[in-house]
Ligand binder design. Structure first.
Ligand SMILES: Cc1cc2nc3c(=O)[nH]c(=O)nc-3n(C[C@H](O)[C@H](O)[C@H](O)COP(=O)(O)OP(=O)(O)OC[C@H]3O[C@@H](n4cnc5c(N)ncnc54)[C@H](O)[C@@H]3O)c2cc1C
Length: 411
């Protein structure tokens, strides 16, 4: 939408072909229908959310950074607010207002919009043009922007159609896989805690096979220790399938990356702000002050009783244990489970529940200064179809808006 509006504002005769009967269906369901449209940070903050791929976004963000994006929406009559933590939402908390703003801009730009017209094929017509075939007709154009997104939440129209066209046009496609998806796991004790949430745990995805391998320069730059695939701190929610919540979604891309996720270990530090030594000292003091209490009731603040009981069972400590008999060894075992509970992921909830698709068009096949393909002149690739996926927090919309805008400036 932003690519089309920007191109049309520059006087380009522009046609937007959309499969759905309305625009911005994915925006409408985003952020719990509130649309977390970007993040309250500077450009380096956005880049960091994409890991080593972030540097690709230098030019797109220089064209339209998070502040400019917010201004763009303010100018369209959509004031925004920043939630604690940095997520930016429309003041109205209505994703519909974001879609309407883009719709207004599109309308003003003079771009033509054809809804309910799925593109079925794309081919290079001659040296300088494309044939675009749709369910209703055929078009030729000099420049083509492919913005078909990924293949998650297929009900939104994102069924991965663009991958086949781009492969036929000579691009390679990195295997699309779910990212920002809930994590499934083998342990029944985790699933038995369904409904329980914690605001700040640290999740570490650890690959024992990588632990002995030499750390690559890229991983060293990201500050990852040997064997650590990713480490994030944030909120989690226990579910019937495993773990959900922002922190679990953020680490899921590393789990969907491997063919045998069961070989990975998902370590949970339930109290990342407190050291093991401190926790052990606190438990010792608490146990001494009232020996009649149940030991499980001495769990640190922030650890719900259900969780403390589950960890006691995992640590092999009887739930009936009294504080007076809570041995040093048992205290240390409980702290081990509090600081490094080990879960075996079995995978993710897949594309059906993934907010983003990882994989797609390799970034080195696209000129990030213009978003033009390096393989096919006149072809531009933007948004989630690229092998670019960021953390939760508005970063993925920012990348889609920035790359779309930059393509609109260059077609
Ligand atoms: C539930 C959910 C919540 C999310 N919440 C957030 C959030 O709050 N903040 C955030 O930053 N990100 C969020 N995301 C991610 C964000 O929505 C995407 O990263 C972003 O929409 C990608 O933009 P895009 O333009 O590349 O693709 P999309 O927004 O997916 O748009 C692609 C469009 O192409 C159309 N299309 C596909 N194939 C064809 C075809 N053959 N012919 C014609 N049209 C076609 C589709 O119908 C669709 O309208 C969320 C995603 C989901 C699923």
């Amino acid at each position: 939408m932003l690519a089309a509006a920007t191109a049309a504002e520059r006087g380009k005769r522009t046609l937007l072909l959309e499969k759905n009967t309305k625009l911005g269906v994915k925006i409408l369901i985003s952020g719990g229908t509130r649309c977390n449209l970007t993040h309250d940070c500077d450009r380096p903050g956005i880049l960091a959310a994409f890991g080593s791929a972030g540097s690709f976004l230098h030019s797109p963000l220089a064209a339209l950074g998070p502040r400019e994006l917010v201004q763009l929406f303010h100018a369209e009559g959509v004031p925004t607010y920043v939630e604690p933590g940095g997520k930016i939402f429309p003041q109205s908390d209505r994703a519909l207002d974001v879609v309407r703003a883009l719709g207004r801009r599109l309308e003003r730009s003079g771009a033509k919009v054809n809804l309910a017209e799925p593109v079925t094929g794309v081919a290079v017509a001659d040296e300088h043009g494309f044939d675009v075939v749709t369910a209703l007709g055929a078009y030729d154009c000099q420049k083509l922007v492919v913005a078909t997104g990924g293949k998650s939440y297929a009900g939104c129209g994102t069924t991965g159609d663009g991958y086949a066209w781009l492969t036929a046009l000579g691009h390679s496609i990195r295997l699309p896989r779910p990212a920002l998806a809930p994590v499934t796991c083998a342990e029944s004790w985790v699933r038995d805690l369904t409904g329980l949430s914690l605001p700040a745990v640290r999740l570490t995805v650890f690959d024992p096979q990588m632990a002995s391998a030499r750390t690559s320069p890229g991983r060293r730059r990201l500050g990852l220790a040997a064997g650590v695939c990713i480490e994030r701190t944030g909120a989690i929610l226990f579910t019937h399938h495993g773990l959900s919540g922002p922190c679990a979604l953020d680490v899921s891309r590393e789990i969907s990356k491997v063919s045998e996720p069961m070989k990975l270990i998902l370590k949970v530090d339930f109290l990342p702000e407190t050291s093991s030594e401190q926790l052990e000292a606190d438990l010792r003091d608490a146990a001494q002050s009232d020996g009649k209490k149940l030991a499980v009731s001495l769990a640190p603040a922030g650890i719900q009783r259900r969780l403390a009981e589950a960890l006691f069972v995992q640590a092999g400590i009887p739930l009936a244990r009294r504080a007076a008999d809570f041995s040093k060894r048992e205290q240390s075992d409980f702290v081990k489970w509090l600081k490094a509970a080990e879960i075996h992921p079995t995978g993710t909830r897949g594309f059906a529940k993934a907010e983003v698709t990882a994989g797609g068009v390799p970034l080195d096949e696209v000129d990030s200064r213009t978003m033009e393909s390096k393989r096919v002149a006149g072809l531009y690739l933007v948004g989630e179809i690229l092998d670019l996926d960021g953390f939760i927090g508005g970063f993925n919309f920012q990348a889609a808006f920035s790359t779309g805008y930059l393509a609109g400036l260059n077609v």
